[in-house]
Design a protein around this ligand. Structure first.
Ligand code: ADP
Ligand code: ZN
Ligand code: ZN
Length: 827
């Protein structure tokens, strides 16, 4: 092989590198003589692996300790300055240590794939390429671009062969950076979103009525077609924030050119926007003045930041936590530092981003794993290059992996939300907890915000690690909604139900509609009905690959598995007894939507769940239609609980609160409280007090009592007692081992063997093996083993002992094919 030719001189340096692969540790390579003075931690190098493949790796450490085995030199140094700062590398170390995964798995999650090309990487011409200038390409670059144009796609190796280079990585990395080329993986991961041309009123037109009306008079007299265009814009609700140009130019006599004229006159402003993209010259408004309650919370947070690196802001729904954050962010940016704002799910956060953008304009950037690869790579690079300090980065959990070098503040909004936990693949991190560590490493303060704080956050307060700041009133003095429980047992007995609606809920809904207000109905499940059943013999259709029953979707007339995506068409008759009386029972969002239509004919009802929001803009469209009042009743799943802020919601109805209570998970009660409180918090946010009706078969359950009184602290106190008596988080730590294999017998044996081994070391801390609620997913059988860990033990020693046990178990040949997944702090 040609690359072995580079021989190492005797007094060599070595690098320990992180390969973005699922490998346990670091690999060591020699440093070619020419690079000895330049190479440093955080730079990328191209390395050969097992004499066959090339990989892009990250240097973790440079040293001169000769390894025991003979060592090859790496091939190319790709960066002149570290792409990844030492602080970021230390964060990677922590993630890999805490969550028991390889450093390469962290790198895999952290680095956009364009930054870690390897021999296997397939490459395509980026859709952006047509807009780039070919003069900027060197000969080799040009050759590659031409070849990709002709052939569609090439592998890394093919590019090498074409250029006559063993290692085409430097050429390719350059093309990726310039935006010419993408890996096919990236292309598939996220199709390009097309930016839309938008128009909005200029700042002056918005701020100065007199000026605007004078300008309109002039237009009327001298340029009637421009005046028409202006009136078209003014007739839109969103005129001040932005209207797609296409919506305006489809009107008679209105063209894009007219808006150009209007822009020249300073009346409008045009920009391009994909839903979350930055509009670079957007107007920046001054921050809102805080209410006195918000002001004291802000002062308390600032005080807290001085004493502790962590602050918990517990503010009831509608208290205006976002407004408080904006002041903190403003201060961080003003001191030249970056701020990171984490949200549970970016797709559900458009409202928030629009709000923040008003204050921070183009200093706000959004980062998300489903973003276009080009955007991700370029954002990553911009952050790494320390260009443009003082930016606000808004992102979902993966944004913690951006290579910040100057972070001053991290806000974790809705910190209780389970979406902060990454389930699969490794690293299985909890972004809130990781953010606390990231803040510590950067010396940045971390603010956790929620109306329903997690027990973990409260634990940090109790342990003296976090300051606690309360915001107990809603902004504008609106009272928290009145929560009433409706006893479904009584309602059924007295035959007062119509479909799934009690009389109380029907009356309240009617009243709400009569008052010209809107309602939100919450149902936890998707689909028409959770179960489809034969009424004669009780047969229920199950997924062929998982141990769960299928969910019926009336709209699609088929049955789905929500775990693996399996679908089959609706059966006409029971396959077991032949009866034709097979039908859906139970309830999902689709059924509720249909019942609303029957009970309140003519009412505008819309459903919001994963099925109606699958397209990127589906969710936004529904929210905007609801904001504009085009929808009177919104029926939704969890999605409607997340941070939405609507003015006119008079009623929130929860159709069946019991399912959540009985979910087999030690956090079920905590979650139920959070979910109900959050969804209730959508009611009556401005003006009149809103109403919430919770239908349940179990109205005496203590959790509902706390929901009615909005008492998050009492709820937490009671729940913490439970966790104490059963030794669950946050009182103790948990590690969950998941064993998976096709063969149920082998999985069982292997789990028993591992648990036995663990028990002899950890004793009563080991729970299981147990069959999880769903024993088989996608044809793989599962067994769980739980390991409890007291708060005062050394977690590192605990974990390495655990890894030893796993390694010893895997030394048995027959057990080796069983996959063992380690999930630290599982959710
Ligand atoms: P939370 O996130 O705490 O539920 P929000 O931040 O969504 O509450 O605020 C609720 C509503 O009150 C929003 O519409 C927000 O614009 C408004 N609001 C809050 N604080 C202020 C303020 N200081 N000035 C003007 N409007 C505010
Ligand atoms: Zn049957
Ligand atoms: Zn399935």
């Amino acid at each position: 092989m040609m690359w072995l030719v580079r021989v190492l001189s005797p007094c060599v340096k070595y690098v320990d590198v992180i390969l973005p692969l699922a490998l346990p540790g670091l690999l060591t390579y020699g440093v070619p003589e020419d690079d000895a003075a330049r190479v440093g931690a955080g730079m990328r190098v191209v390395v050969p692996l097992r004499g066959k493949r090339l990989h892009t790796a990250v240097v973790r450490r440079v040293h001169s300790e000769r390894p025991e085995h003979s060592t090859e030199a790496y091939l190319t140094l790709l960066d002149n300055v570290p792409l990844i700062s030492e602080t970021t590398l230390r964060f990677w170390d922590w993630v890999s240590g805490h969550y028991c995964c390889g450093p390469g798995e962290v790198a895999l999650a952290a680095l956009p794939s364009g930054m870690r090309l390897a021999s296997e990487t397939k490459l395509e011409l980026s859709p952006d390429a047509e807009e780039l200038n070919e003069d900027a390409l060197d000969d080799r670059g040009f050759q590659v671009v031409e070849a990709l144009r002709l052939r569609g796609g090439l592998s890394f190796k093919e590019v090498g062969a074409m250029l006559g280079l063993v290692n085409p990585a430097p050429v390719l990395h350059k093309l990726v950076e310039q935006g010419w080329v993408l890996s096919t993986e990236e292309m598939k991961a996220a199709p390009r979103r097309k930016a839309v041309s938008m128009v909005r009123l200029s700042e002056q037109a918005t701020a100065d009525d007199r000026w605007l009306s004078d300008a309109l008079d002039t237009l009327d007299a001298r340029a009637p077609s421009q005046s028409r265009a202006m009136m078209a814009l003014l007739s839109e609700d969103q005129a001040a924030t932005g209207v797609p140009l296409g919506d305006l130019t489809n009107r008679e006599g209105v063209t894009g050119a007219l808006f150009k004229r209007l822009a020249e006159k300073g009346l409008v402003f045009s920009f391009k926007q994909s839903p979350w993209e930055v509009s670079s010259t957007a107007a920046v408004e001054p921050l809102a003045d805080l209410s006195s309650a918000q002001q004291s919370a802000l002062t308390a947070i600032q005080q807290g930041q001085r004493d502790k690196s962590l602050v918990l802001l517990e503010g009831v729904t509608g208290s205006g936590k976002t407004e408080v954050y904006t002041h903190l962010i403003h201060d961080a940016l003003a001191s030249g530092k970056d701020a990171l704002f984490l949200v549970p799910e970016i797709a559900l956060t458009t409202q928030l981003i629009v709000r923040l953008r008003r204050f921070f304009g183009d200093r706000l950037e959004v980062y998300h794993s489903r973003f276009s690869p080009r955007e991700r790579t370029s954002t990553y690079r911009r952050v790494a290059s320390r260009e443009g300090r003082g930016r606000l980065m808004v992102g979902a959990r993966s944004a913690i992996f951006l290579p910040f070098s100057n972070l001053g503040l991290i806000v974790v909004d809705e910190e209780h939300d389970a979406s902060y936990k990454q389930q699969d693949p490794a690293p299985r991190y909890q972004a809130r907890d990781a953010a606390a560590m990231l803040g510590k490493l950067h010396g940045a303060s971390v603010v956790l915000g929620s109306a329903t704080p997690s027990l973990e956050a409260r634990w940090a307060v109790d342990a003296g690690r976090a300051a606690h700041v309360l915001l107990t009133e809603r902004f504008g003095g609106t009272s928290l909604p009145e929560v009433c429980l409706v006893d479904l047992r009584k309602a059924h007995k007295s035959r007062a139900m119509e479909g799934h609606f009690s009389k109380e809920l029907r009356d309240a809904l009617q009243q709400t509609l009569d008052d010209g207000k809107q309602a939100i109905l919450f149902q936890n499940r998707r689909g028409f009905a959770p179960v489809y059943q034969c009424r004669t013999c009780g047969w229920v259709p199950d997924c062929e690959r998982c141990d769960v029953s299928l969910t019926y979707h009336k709209f699609l007339r088929d049955l789905h598995c929500h775990y693996c995506g399996y679908r089959q068409s609706e059966p006409r008759q029971c396959p077991r007894c032949g009866s034709e009386e097979v039908q859906a029972k139970g309830l999902g969002t689709e059924r509720i939507e249909e019942e609303v239509g029957q009970l309140f004919p003519g009412v505008a009802v819309q459903r919001m769940d994963l099925d109606t929001t699958r397209s990127r803009t589906g969710h936004e469209r529904i929210i905007q239609a609801f904001e504009r009042g085009e929808i009177q009743v919104l029926v939704g799943t969890q999605m409607v609980t997340k941070g939405l802020d609507f003015e006119n919601v008079g009623l929130v109805g929860i159709l069946q609160a019991d399912q959540m209570l009985h979910y087999p998970d030690f956090r079920a009660l905590e979650r139920t409280f959070q979910l109900l409180t959050q969804v209730a918090g959508r009611a009556g946010r401005r003006g009149e007090r809103g109403k919430v009706l919770v239908q349940t078969f179990d109205p005496e359950h203590w959790v509902f009592g706390h929901v009615v009184t909005h008492d998050a602290q009492a709820m937490a106190l009671a729940e913490l007692q439970e966790r104490k008596s059963f030794g669950y988080p946050p009182v103790q730590r948990l590690i969950r081992l998941i064993l998976r294999h096709r063969d149920p017998q082998l999985t069982r044996e292997c789990a028993a063997a591992l648990a036995g081994r663990m028990r002899s070391r950890f004793g009563g801390r080991v729970v299981g093996p147990e069959e999880p609620g769903i024993a088989r997913v996608n044809d793989l059988y599962q067994r769980h083993i739980l390991l409890k860990m007291e708060r005062d033990v050394d977690p590192a020693r605990f974990k390495s002992a655990l890894l030893e046990d796993i390694a010893a178990m895997r030394a048995v040949d027959s057990y080796r094919p069983v996959r063992v997944i380690i999930d630290v702090d599982p959710y």
